[in-house]
Design a binder for this molecule. Structure first.
Ligand SMILES: [Zn+2]
Length: 574
C-alpha cells in the first residue's frame, strides 16, 4: 500500500508566496497537496524532481476560450504553457446568458471582437443553456484537462435582458432592465461566476460592423450592476477601455469599484504612437485609488502584445496584392513553389514596394521580427525586417517576402504592437513590476490566425527571470507569485496558486534551463478544419491538475481532471 498518491521528490520548490526557494518533497493525495517538506513513506507514483523547479500551476486571468472549451478539452495552447486554470468571459464577450434568438448575434460579436470564425463557433458550440448557471453546468459536464472559470460578459447579459435593442450601444436600458441585469449577475456569481466583464473600446466591433453594445454604457447602467455585485459581496470586474477622456473614464471605473466594493482590473498598455503620458497617468490614478483603499489593478502583458505575420495566416503584407491574390487559393506547398519562382517574386515584391507606405504595413517593418524555434522573442533592432534590410542591402519589402517563404512557408514574423514605441522592453518591465498590476491579456483562444500570445506565462519566466540582462532580471520567486498566487487570489480562487499543505494540487514541474516557447505553428484542428496559431513549449517536465499529471514532456497524458472553478463554492465550504 502506498502512503500517498503522488510524491514529488527533492524538488526546488518555488511556492508562489514569494518566499525564497527551498528543497523539499511534495506529497499529493487525491486533488490536494498533503505535505511539503520531508515526506516519508512511498507514493503510488513517485517523480524524481532533482533539478526541477516545482511551482504552482499558472492561473491565466485573461482568455477567450468561451467557445473552444466546448470542443477542446485540452484548452491548447494554454495547457501546453503550464496554465492549470484559465479565466474566460473577458472583454464583455461570451455566450451566456443567452436566449436562442440571440445566439447568432453573440457568435458574430465574438467573431468580430476576438477573430474566431463564426462558422467554427457555429459548428463547435452545442447550445444547451439559457442562464449563466446553466452554462457553467454545461461546462462542468465537458471533459477538461485543466480548470476553467468564467465571467459574465456584459454584451451577452445586455441582449439577454434587453432583447435585440441591447445589441445597439446607443440604446439605454430602462431602470427595470438595469435592475434585471444586476439580478442576473448576482445569480451567476452565486452559481460560480468569477466576475463580470465589459468592453469600452471602439475597436471592438461585431463582424456585422457594429460597435460592441457595451461601448459607452452609461454610469447608470454600470453602477447599477456594480451595486448589485456589492450586495452579493462576490465577483471581480474586468474592463477594457480606450481611455479617451482618460481622467473621466478612470473616475467611472473607480466609482464602479467604490460603489460595489469589488475588485476591478483594467488593461493598461502604451498604445502605439501615444508615448508614455497616458499609461503613466493611468498608473498614477491607480496608485491614488489604491491609496484610498479602492481595490483596483492594472492588467498588463509580460511581453508586447503583438500580431503574427505568416503566409498561411490572417495577417501578412501580401494578402491584398493582385499577383498574390491569384495564388492565394493554392495549398501552401504549391503556393510556396510558385512564390519561389524568380518572376513571381519580382512581380510581388514590386507590387509591395509600390504601395503607399501610409496605408501599407511597411511602417511596421522596423518592428517586425522573424521568430526562431524556440521563439525567444529577441527584439534587438538588427533582427527586425528593417535591420536585416539595412544589413543585406535588400529592400524591406524583399526581406519580408523572403522571410515569409522560409521554413517552407511556415515562417512566423512577430510584430509587437503595444508597449514597444521605444523599441525595447522597458515599458513592459515598468508595467510588470508596478506594485498594482497583474500579468494578463494573453487572449488565449482568440485572434486565431493573427495573434499568438498564449505563451505569455512562459515568457514571463524564461525572459524575465532567466534571459534578461542581469540588471533587468526579476526574481523567479516573484514572477511565479505573479502568475499563480496573485492571479488566483485576484479572481477569488483561494484554494490554489500556492504549493502548501491543504491547497489544490495544481503544479508545474519545470526544467528551468530547458524552458522555451516553441515557434507558433498553424494548426487546422478547430471544427470544420478551422485554422489557428498554436504554440507549444519545451521544459514543462510535467503539469499536474488536481493531483493528476495532465501534460508530460509537452504531450497530453489523456488525464481529464479539469473542472469548473467556482469562487462562491469556496466561500461556502470555508
Ligand atoms: Zn480580451
Amino acid at each position: 500500500m502506498a502512503d500517498h498518491d503522488l510524491v514529488v521528490r527533492g524538488a526546488t520548490v518555488v511556492d508562489g508566496t514569494g518566499a525564497p526557494r527551498s528543497t523539499a518533497d511534495v506529497a499529493v493525495d487525491g486533488p490536494t497537496i498533503t505535505a511539503v517538506g520531508r515526506v516519508g513513506g512511498r507514493g503510488r507514483r513517485e517523480i524524481d524532481a532533482d533539478g526541477l523547479v516545482v511551482a504552482p500551476g499558472w492561473v491565466d486571468i485573461h482568455s477567450h476560450y468561451d467557445g473552444q472549451v466546448l470542443w477542446d478539452p485540452l484548452l491548447a495552447g494554454s495547457s501546453m504553457h503550464g496554465v492549470t486554470t484559465v479565466v474566460m468571459g473577458n472583454c464583455g464577450v461570451g455566450f451566456a446568458p443567452a436566449r436562442p434568438e440571440e445566439r447568432g448575434w453573440l457568435v458574430r460579436l465574438m467573431e468580430g471582437v476576438e477573430e474566431i470564425p463564426a462558422a467554427v463557433l457555429d459548428a463547435g458550440i452545442e447550445w444547451r443553456w439559457g442562464s449563466f448557471a446553466e452554462y457553467l453546468d454545461a461546462l462542468g459536464r465537458r471533459p477538461l484537462a485543466i480548470d476553467v472559470a468564467a465571467q459574465v460578459p456584459h454584451a451577452a447579459l445586455r441582449v439577454y435582458v434587453m432583447g435585440e435593442r441591447g445589441e445597439n450601444h446607443e440604446e439605454a436600458p430602462t431602470d427595470d432592465e438595469i435592475a434585471r441585469m444586476g439580478a442576473e449577475v448576482v445569480d451567476a456569481l452565486a452559481a460560480g461566476a468569477v466576475g463580470f466583464s465589459t468592453s469600452r473600446s471602439v475597436l471592438h466591433k461585431s463582424s456585422d460592423g457594429r460597435v460592441t453594445p457595451t461601448y459607452g454604457a452609461s454610469p447608470a447602467e454600470l453602477l447599477g450592476i456594480a451595486r448589485a455585485m456589492g450586495t452579493a459581496g462576490l465577483g471581480v470586474f474586468e474592463v477594457v477601455t480606450d481611455f479617451v477622456e482618460l481622467d473621466a473614464e478612470f473616475a467611472l471605473l473607480r466609482a464602479f469599484c467604490e460603489v460595489s466594493g469589488r475588485p476591478l482590473s483594467v488593461a493598461i498598455s502604451e498604445r502605439r504612437g501615444e508615448g508614455p503620458g497616458p499609461y503613466r497617468r493611468q498608473l498614477e490614478l491607480l496608485e491614488a485609488a489604491v491609496a484610498d483603499g479602492v481595490p483596483m489593478r492594472g492588467q498588463v502583458a509580460p511581453r508586447p502584445p503583438g500580431g503574427v505575420m505568416t503566409l498561411d495566416g490572417g495577417r501578412n503584407p501580401l494578402l491584398d496584392l493582385p499577383t498574390y491574390a491569384g495564388l492565394a487559393h493554392l495549398p501552401l506547398p504549391e503556393r510556396v513553389a510558385e512564390l519561389r519562382r524568380t518572376e513571381v517574386r519580382q512581380r510581388i515584391v514590386g507590387e509591395l514596394e509600390a504601395l503607399d507606405p501610409k496605408v501599407s504595413t511597411v511602417h511596421i517593418y522596423g518592428r517586425a521580427f522573424p521568430l526562431d524555434d524556440p521563439a525567444t522573442y529577441d527584439l534587438s533592432p538588427e533582427r527586425s525586417v528593417a535591420g536585416i534590410a539595412a544589413r543585406t542591402g535588400r529592400t524591406r519589402e524583399a526581406v519580408v517576402y523572403d522571410l515569409l517563404l522560409e521554413r517552407d512557408g511556415r515562417a512566423m514574423i512577430y510584430t509587437p504592437g503595444a508597449n514597444f514605441d521605444e523599441g525595447t522592453l522597458d515599458v513592459t518591465r515598468e508595467l510588470l513590476v508596478h506594485p498594482f498590476t497583474l500579468p494578463g491579456i494573453g487572449d488565449g483562444g482568440a485572434h486565431c490566425t493573427r495573434v499568438c500570445d498564449t505563451s505569455f506565462p512562459t515568457f514571463l519566466v524564461t525572459h524575465w527571470s532567466r534571459d534578461a540582462q542581469p540588471d533587468e532580471r526579476l526574481d523567479l520567486e516573484w514572477v511565479v507569485q505573479q502568475q499563480s498566487a496573485e492571479t488566483a487570489a485576484w479572481v477569488g480562487l483561494t484554494d490554489r496558486g500556492v504549493v502548501a499543505e491543504g491547497r489544490k494540487a495544481d503544479l508545474n514541474l519545470i526544467e528551468l534551463e530547458r524552458l522555451e516557447s516553441r515557434i507558433p505553428e498553424m494548426a487546422s484542428d478547430f471544427p470544420l478544419g478551422g485554422r489557428r496559431l498554436l504554440q507549444r513549449a519545451d521544459g514543462y517536465h510535467a503539469t499536474v491538475v488536481s493531483g493528476e499529471v495532465v501534460v508530460e514532456g509537452g504531450e497530453h497524458t489523456g488525464a481529464l481532471p479539469g473542472a469548473v472553478a467556482r469562487p462562491a463554492a469556496l466561500l461556502r465550504t470555508r
